[in-house]
Ligand binder design. Structure first.
Ligand SMILES: NC(=O)c1ccc[n+]([C@@H]2O[C@H](COP(=O)([O-])OP(=O)(O)OC[C@H]3O[C@@H](n4cnc5c(N)ncnc54)[C@H](O)[C@@H]3O)[C@@H](O)[C@H]2O)c1
Ligand SMILES: [Zn+2]
Ligand SMILES: [Zn+2]
Length: 361
């Protein structure tokens, strides 16, 4: 099968022939239909997060089941699925207490003595996030997929695989935003726009979108932003305080920068909570003013929107089909696998919400 291979930091991915193993007892082979390009993939290409190479990147996808392992009863060939990197075991302490996105059970991957899921010329090829979606096929654990209704278009379904679940889940689950509260979202890419959409869904009162690209702020209004701030022109912290008479109850950082993470904390009102979704580069420390804790200001991380994806993703599909989730507007470009490097360039410029790779088999 064809896959986009990442070999060296800063170098373009190359579309190459990669071989894929047969499903083990609890594995599922999927024909990839669509894969979104998320900024997390780019962080690895840029070396901000370490990776063992060669590796097939990609982790936001949907497809059709082709073959299942001997113990799999959840899906059958022909079923439509969304993948999720939050593969869960279902029996560890995190899973049993409802924190399935924090499951770290290594049994979900193939062991060192087993044949790797992906190979090239008899050598192992690393699987990114237990998925590797920038490829015509994926071989995954059965707990890395959710079955979905077949009338859901697979390109829009793919977005739910990471960015949408991360953004909405951060609002619903991680921060548990209440109706009527004030929200600010810094960064209006696929993840930030989904936060805005999530805040609108829970009935947040004021939803302030912050970006440095004017077209993104226009798009943010479509997703439910009530106010927008261009951080290229003004200090977003001062502006948020002015718009809310002192600061927001909830802020979300959806970029992955030290400065914007610090801004997200500084724009809180007393008792407020900042949720950091962006992947702050490894080794970077963020600084907070200690006395702010006397005002009960809080800061927390969010991993994949603290999801329980087998429940969440089908619900998000229902939101989309009811016209409440703006997935059509999120796809800026439909591209082919060979266009992946241009998609990264577009992403860096901030000009796109999402590029989606379409696989026409
Ligand atoms: N925590 C998780 O589980 C999780 C999951 C998915 C993605 N992420 C991370 O979330 C972040 C966002 O991902 P994405 O795919 O939406 O990225 P993106 O590149 O599509 O969007 C980022 C947006 O931020 C804007 N921006 C850049 N610098 C800015 C600044 N200084 N001030 C205001 N806006 C600025 C850009 O114009 C762009 O619109 C990334 O760090 C990604 O790795 C985390
Ligand atoms: Zn992602
Ligand atoms: Zn577990």
């Amino acid at each position: 099968m064809k896959a986009a291979v990442f070999r060296e930091v800063g170098q373009p991915l190359e579309v190459e022939e990669v071989s894929i193993s047969k499903p083990g007892p609890r594995e599922v082979l999927i024909r990839t239909a669509a894969a979104g390009v998320c900024h997390s993939d780019l962080h690895f290409v840029e070396g901000l997060y370490p990776a063992v190479t060669p590796m097939v990147l990609g982790h936001e996808s949907a497809g059709i089941v082709e073959q299942v392992g001997s113990s799999v009863i959840y899906v059958k060939p022909g079923d439509h699925v969304i993948t999720c990197l939050s593969v869960f075991c279902g029996h560890c302490e995190q899973c049993v207490t409802g924190h399935m996105s924090l499951c770290e059970n290594p049994e979900l991957r193939r062991g060192k003595d087993e044949q790797p899921r992906l190979m090239q010329d008899e050598k192992p090829m690393q699987q990114f996030a237990n998925l590797s979606s920038f490829a015509e096929q994926m071989l995954v654990h059965e707990h890395a997929i959710v079955k979905i209704r077949e009338d859901m278009p697979l390109d829009r379904a793919a977005l739910i695989g990471c960015g949408v679940t991360t953004g909405i889940g951060s609002v619903f689950h991680t921060a548990a935003v209440e109706p009527g509260s004030t929200v600010a979202v810094i960064g209006c890419g696929g993840v930030g726009l989904s936060c805005i959409n999530g805040a609108a869904l829970v009935g947040a009162g004021q939803i302030i979108a912050i970006d440095t690209v004017a077209s993104k702020l226009e798009l943010a209004k479509t997703f439910g932003a009530t106010d927008v701030i261009n951080a290229a022109d003004v200090d977003p912290v001062e502006q948020v305080k002015e718009l809310t008479n002192g600061g927001v109850q909830y802020s979300f950082e959806a970029i992955g920068l030290k400065t914007t993470a610090e801004q997200s904390f500084r724009m809180l009102r007393a008792g407020g909570t900042a949720t950091i979704i962006g992947m702050i580069p490894v080794g970077v420390k963020i600084e907070l003013t200690g006395s702010a804790f006397l005002q009960e200001k809080k800061i927390q991380g969010s991993n994949m929107g603290s999801n329980r994806f087998r429940i969440d993703m089908p619900r998000f599909i229902e939101f989309y089909l009811a016209g409440k989730l703006h997935l059509d507007e999120m796809i800026s470009k439909r591209i082919s696998l060979g266009d992946i490097n241009e998609a990264f360039v577009d992403m860096k410029s901030g000009s796109v919400a999402r590029s989606v790779i379409m696989f026409d088999h």
